[in-house]
Design a protein around this ligand. Structure first.
Ligand SMILES: O=C(O)CCC(=O)C(=O)O
Length: 416
């Protein structure tokens, strides 16, 4: 017992006596240790800030700097990595999506068959490829690539954290909030037809390359036209209404006002592509998204529990159903999770155009598709952009939970 007590007491005594014997030296040592710890802390903080500001410059900058190892901030937890063999990441299964030929849709004698293809694709995959559309995607992809080739100082001029800005350059998915960063830089251009009628909006877009404003403006107008054509086709297939006739058609509303946003994506070559993603799994918010991709594959869609890699078809658009169209179709059309993989050798460029109703518009299931007595209850709550923003503020926004959050309880039980 005494031995147990004696130890600590003796220690205290020793410390006390050494303090008495060398008070100045001990204090100095202690101060030095504190200063050193503070320096180390400040050094670590400064290093962290330096790393953070370096990462916020984006992945093109990192890739150009010749890194050979992926910085930790981009390394996904094992189950989220693209080659999660235990889950559904698995091997590289290439899919050739159903093809909707606009030449057929525009030909009255072949329209019915093309409508059937579009309808089946939206129900089964939530995705299709649109060909023979007449939109000049090549020039748009070319100017997009040249934008990302500009020096960082030029690109950085358009960096903004304001998600509503008419022009916004950034990196990752949501760089201010992402726990793990994505291997992507982007340029977002607000380009709804109403904004485009006000020619000033394009004047806020990047000055370089010199042809960007002209090319992107023409492209925005052409993709809006194509979107309207595809929406008319979808409504005809779903409801049997032609060219906006019928009480619940939203074509008339869209012709008056629509929301449209263009995102130009750059996925540079990545030193360790197996550890990260260009874009995490997500679904899109609007009605239809039109994606133009270059020759490099990377887009993957979730189908029957597996990730399928979309085979790039030069000149085509990859079109996907968004959350609004799933809600409007009362679940008949699927807004499907998709993500982007990167690779170690070939940079990839894509341009995604997001189309929907204006932000203030409420979207709910089309009345024609709801009939409680016939066993077709509404499967989703009405929703608007404010609800979506509230959801984004409350969740991490990377998963499909927004759509799930709008499902009515009965349908949540039978949810995919
Ligand atoms: O880069 C791609 O192919 C897809 C882009 C995408 O999913 C998006 O911008 O939301």
């Amino acid at each position: 017992m005494s031995g147990l007590v004696a130890g600590p007491m003796a220690t205290v005594d020793l410390v006390a006596s050494s303090q008495l014997q060398q008070p100045a030296a001990a204090k100095e040592e202690e101060e030095e240790a504190m200063v050193a710890a503070e320096h180390q802390h400040k050094g670590e903080e400064a290093e962290e800030q330096l790393l953070h500001s370096r990462l916020m410059k984006g992945v093109r900058h990192l890739s150009d700097s010749g890194i050979t190892r992926l910085p930790d901030s981009y390394v996904l937890p094992a189950p989220d990595r693209p080659l999660d063999l235990a889950g559904c990441g698995g091997g590289r299964v290439i899919v050739k999506l159903p093809v909707v030929d606009l030449a057929d849709l525009r030909d009255p004698s072949r329209r019915a068959a093309a409508l059937g293809t579009l309808d089946a694709a939206c129900r089964e995959y939530g995705f299709f490829q649109a060909v023979n559309h007449g939109v000049d995607g090549k020039t748009m992809l070319d100017v997009a690539a040249r934008f990302f080739d500009l020096p960082l100082a030029e690109r950085e001029r358009y960096m903004s954290s304001d998600v509503r800005a008419a022009v916004r350059y950034g990196t990752s998915f949501n760089q201010a909030r992402d726990a793990v960063l994505c291997w992507r830089d982007f340029l977002k251009l607000a380009c709804s037809p109403q904004l485009m009628r006000d020619r000033h909006v394009a004047l806020t877009w990047p000055e370089e390359p010199a042809d960007l404003r002209r090319v992107a403006s023409a492209y925005a107008a052409a993709s809006h036209q194509l979107f309207m054509e595809l929406m008319e086709a979808a409504l005809q297939a779903l409801l049997g209404v032609v060219s906006g006739a019928g009480s619940s058609s939203i074509i008339g509303d869209l012709a008056t006002a629509a929301s449209q946003m263009m995102t130009v994506n750059c996925y540079p070559a990545c030193p360790q592509p197996e550890l990260t993603l260009g874009m995490p799994a997500h679904s899109d918010y609007g009605l239809f998204t039109l994606v133009l991709q270059d020759k490099v594959e990377g887009l993957q869609v979730m189908h029957a529990g597996r990730w399928l890699t979309v085979q790039p078809v030069p000149g085509s658009f990859v079109v996907n159903v968004g959350d609004h169209l799933e809600i409007y179709s009362n679940g008949l059309y699927k807004s499907v999770l998709h993500r982007v993989r990167v690779n170690s050798t070939r940079p990839r460029i894509s341009v995604a155009s997001f189309h929907s109703l204006p932000a203030e518009r409420v979207v709910g299931p089309a009345p024609e598709l709801v009939d409680e007595a016939a066993g077709k209850p509404p499967r989703y709550m009405d929703t608007d952009f404010a609800t979506f923003l509230a959801y984004l503020a409350s969740a991490d926004g990377k998963d499909k939970t927004f759509l799930q959050s709008r499902m009515l309880p009965a349908s949540a039980v039978v949810a995919r």
